[in-house]
Design a protein around this ligand. Structure first.
Ligand code: PEP
Ligand code: MN
Length: 361
């Protein structure tokens, strides 16, 4: 991190950026209320701190000892002097404020009727963002892969998602499973989801970030929190800090029956909030893999401080073509939102702003 002197001139900042460029490095320039800080993007061994400190306008060069510097909470305190959290804006919806945001919809878009029915339902239940998969990551090649198998059917399904979102006034989120899908998904969706299985796919992350659209990055089920944040850093380093992180369960331990699909790591919520300024939401549907746990774990996630939830909802889960066992009904979604809202409000007085003096996150 290159910390500029207070009142460093535009020319001085530009000349530092150009110096980095000349060394084959990128720059993340953040100008806050206090001063400008420049994050170095790329292999830092290409340049020496002593050299940088001789450049006009540079106050000091500070090493941040983590693989995720640009999304680090400490970074934002350097230029802003405060540990403000980032609020990701998607149309009128804000993720990262005190009010939890609810994303809901089917696992996969199956037909126009199915999507429209569910969209109307989740809207009336109080959801803010509509979800629905077109490019489904599936463990078996023999199961339903979503409607994205041909360009024509993908466009049709994405078009329904857009139409449903516009009709019911909800931004829409859908998964991008591979680099070849980035362009088409960005044409239709407001938020691009990178699924758990793709968290480590740095080329996909770079392409998705470059669309400039907000990105929902789900934690891989085998990833440590450090790895999770390190891969979120790829998005930021590609010039996109509209990142929403999502905890969705990690691989359970032990040899006996685990009873759930994954283990929901709710400690990740306050830890991530301490490490970064990015908002984190929770997906209890894929973590549990069973609908009877979704309400309880949603409340637990809100208590842990999650900025929102992503929940799978279906009007006829028995007939659903994937993840039927974990999808809740529209009326259950209504109860869930109401309960989570009340819980969130009741905990507000105990949540404090600023680092260190937090009672609870
Ligand atoms: C999903 O949200 O549709 C999904 C497949 O989730 P995950 O990537 O967390 O498994
Ligand atoms: Mn699913």
């Amino acid at each position: 991190m290159i910390i500029m002197r207070k009142g460093a001139s535009r020319e001085e900042i530009t000349s530092v950026v150009n110096d980095l460029k000349a060394h084959g490095l990128g720059a993340d320039v953040s100008t806050g209320e206090i001063r400008t800080v420049i994050g170095i993007i790329g292999d830092e061994t290409k340049i020496s701190a002593t050299h940088l400190e001789t450049l006009p306008g540079v106050k000091e060069v500070r090493l941040i000892e983590t693989p995720y510097k640009l999304i680090n909470r400490e970074y934002s305190t350097l230029f802003d002097g405060k540990a403000e959290s980032r609020i990701v804006k998607i149309g009128k919806v804000e993720i990262g404020s005190a009010r939890p945001v609810f994303m809901a919809g089917p696992c996969a878009i199956e037909s126009k009727d199915q999507l429209m029915t569910i969209a109307e339902g989740v809207k009336s239940a109080g959801a803010h963002i509509l979800r629905g998969g077109v490019f489904k990551p599936r463990s078996s090649v023999h199961s339903f892969q979503g409607l994205g198998s041909t360009d024509e059917s993908a466009r049709e399904a994405l078009g329904w998602l857009r139409e449903a979102g516009d009709k019911y006034d909800m931004p829409v989120v859908t998964e991008v499973r591979g680099e070849s899908q980035v362009k088409i998904v960005a044409e239709y969706a407001d938020v691009l989801q990178v699924g758990s299985r793709n968290m480590y796919n740095q080329d996909l992350l770079i392409q998705v970030a470059r669309t400039g659209k907000p990105v929902l990055l789900k934690r891989h089920f085998g990833a440590s929190i450090e790895e999770f944040l390190s891969f979120a850093e790829y998005l930021a380093a590609s010039g996109n800090k509209d990142i929403i992180l999502c905890e969705r369960g990690i691989v359970p331990v032990g040899r006996g029956k685990s009873f759930t699909r994954y283990t929901l790591d709710l400690q990740a919520v306050p830890v991530v909030q301490k490490e970064t300024y990015l908002p984190i939401i929770v997906d209890p549907s894929h973590a549990a893999g069973r609908r009877d746990l979704v309400m309880t774990m949603s409340l637990a996630a809100i208590a842990a401080g999650a900025s929102g939830l992503e929940i799978e909802v279906h009007h006829n889960a028995k007939e659903a073509r994937c993840d039927g066992q974990q999808m809740i009904t529209v009326s259950e979604m209504g109860y869930l939102i109401e309960a989570c809202r009340r819980l969130s409000e009741s905990l507000q007085p105990f949540r404090m702003t600023g680092m260190g003096d937090k009672c609870i996150n």
